[in-house]
Design a protein around this ligand. Structure first.
Ligand SMILES: Cc1cc2nc3c(=O)[nH]c(=O)nc-3n(C[C@H](O)[C@H](O)[C@H](O)COP(=O)(O)OP(=O)(O)OC[C@H]3O[C@@H](n4cnc5c(N)ncnc54)[C@H](O)[C@@H]3O)c2cc1C
Length: 443
């Protein structure tokens, strides 16, 4: 009798512990499966560049990879196996790979012959157009360390292949993009006494400029040409930009801003680099454009007003304003949250879909709280039709409304530069066409 009682108590305790655990486990699994399905529908499960490959035969579903990822819901565990949920968010830290206790996960580009968003490059980052190099995130691999290393290595290779230059008007190398890859390439050009120019559509710094204020940036040790090692593992955005600005001043780097690259063509061994501000000539070209491309626009009347921006760097600069954020992804939601936390702002978010799908769980919870408190007014199924000096007109399913407005933030993503590269003749994975060099022969 006593032993039966003991069995009963043990069973009861086991049930008290196991049942709630099991229920929670089932709930999480269901949520993750739903997020995976949503992500697949929206195409955000597909990575922007590198992503974690999961060997399901080895995965034990422990979730260490999910916890290790600093970017949020890139990975999840669904029915006992790790799965890619929001591949678009992967920036390649590789923490998931290190955290996996059974080696079931690897971060990389996969089989690039099947990927039409990855240019085919040789081991020196030279594309299928000889003399035209692709470095940094544009080549498919994220991370500041990779960008610095690739920019440097491409120019080191150029230095070994260039004959002495006899044309003063033709540069040895034109570098397009002044992010970590382009700046590192420029430093390597200085080191090798090459004539060079760096062109960028914006100020130097690349994607780092778009990070939110005081974002902690994780880096691994890497050698910057002429400067030495970037030794710390963490910098704030501002510290990192200060390092780059000091480098630019110290080595007097020639950076021409406000120049948007439109095309590159090659004739008689010389490249013509075509920008919105004019053409430039060089013997080699290094493209360090990143993957974020040019911000997508609304194409509505009034979009050229100075109150319209395509990024929000510092929400603290906006107080007591009527602000409209357009978009429904993480950038838009984070901007709306940041602005709603400032004193006196009236924040509206306009999104063309019926709810937020594509965002991190953390952002979803935060924005829903602020919506409940009336701090953010969401207008779903809506589109901006006109931006006026003191107001904005929005079209919803049923009507056109006009709301007071001081600032508009359009955060609806960017157009990646892949088509432009393809027009230059650069081959991408996924294309099985034979290689034809797009040489333009002038008569
Ligand atoms: C939110 C976020 C967080 C991140 N966190 C980290 C982190 O913690 N650690 C880390 O190592 N990495 C991180 N990354 C990734 C890192 O920022 C990038 O991998 C790195 O900046 C890539 O450098 P890049 O020089 O190749 O390109 P970019 O930095 O993107 O620079 C590209 C440059 O090219 C210019 N350009 C583009 N198109 C044109 C054109 N047509 N004409 C002229 N100029 C053009 C752009 O204006 C830009 O200046 C993060 C990225 C994001 C978005």
């Amino acid at each position: 009798m006593e032993s039966l009682f003991l069995w009963f108590i043990t069973l009861l305790i086991a049930l008290i512990i196991i049942v709630p655990y099991y229920m929670k486990f089932r709930k999480t699994q269901k949520e993750m499966a739903a997020r995976k399905l949503e992500a697949e529908k929206l195409g955000i499960n597909k990575p922007r560049a590198q992503y974690p490959f999961i060997d399901v035969s080895k995965c034990i579903g422990c979730g260490s990879c999910v916890t290790a990822c600093p970017e949020g819901d890139v990975l999840g565990v669904v029915y006992g196996k790790a799965v890619l949920i929001n591949g678009l968010r992967c920036v390649g830290h590789g923490h998931c790979e290190k955290a996996c206790p059974v080696g079931a996960l690897k971060v990389g580009l996969g089989d690039i012959t099947t990927r039409d968003d990855i240019p085919i490059l040789d081991e020196h980052y030279q594309s299928s157009v000889p003399g035209l190099y692709v470095v940094g995130e544009l080549g498919g691999l994220s991370l500041i360390r990779n960008a610095i290393q690739q920019g440097r290595d491409a120019v080191e290779h150029i230095a070994t292949t260039l004959e002495p230059n006899v044309h003063e008007t033709i540069k040895d190398v034109i570098i397009v993009g002044a992010g970590p890859a382009g700046l590192s390439a420029a430093l390597a050009a200085v080191k090798h006494n090459m004539s060079y120019m760096v062109l960028d559509q914006q100020d130097p710094g690349g994607t780092i400029l778009q990070y939110p204020r005081r974002k902690l940036v994780m880096t691994q040790p890497v050698e910057i040409p002429l400067y030495g090692k970037l030794t710390e593992t963490e910098y704030t955005k501002e510290e990192l930009l200060e390092i780059w600005n000091d480098i630019i001043k110290k080595f007097n780097l020639e950076i021409t801003t406000g120049h948007k690259l439109e095309h590159v063509e090659k004739a008689n061994g010389i490249f013509r680099v075509i920008t919105n501000q004019g053409d430039y000539y060089s013997r080699r070209v290094v493209l360090a454009l990143g993957r974020r491309g040019t911000p997508r626009k609304l194409n509505v009347p009034g979009e050229n007003l100075p109150k319209v921006s395509y990024q929000l760097i510092d929400a603290q600069g906006y107080n007591n304003d009527h602000v409209l954020v357009v978009g429904g992804g993480d950038s838009a939601v984070e901007a709306a949250i940041g602005l709603a936390r400032q004193k006196g702002n009236v924040v509206t978010i306009s999104y063309r879909k019926s709810k937020f799908f594509r965002i991190k769980k953390k952002n979803e919870d935060r924005i829903n709280q602020l919506i409940k408190k009336g701090k953010i007014n969401p207008i779903f199924n809506s589109q901006v039709v006109e931006i006026k000096v003191h107001s904005v007109r929005l079209k919803t399913d049923t009507e056109i409304i006009e709301i007071p407005n001081d600032y508009v933030f359009v955060l609806i993503g960017g157009i990646p530069p892949f088509d432009m590269l393809k027009k230059m003749g650069i081959r991408f994975g996924g294309e099985m066409k034979p290689l034809v060099e797009p040489e333009v022969v002038h008569s």
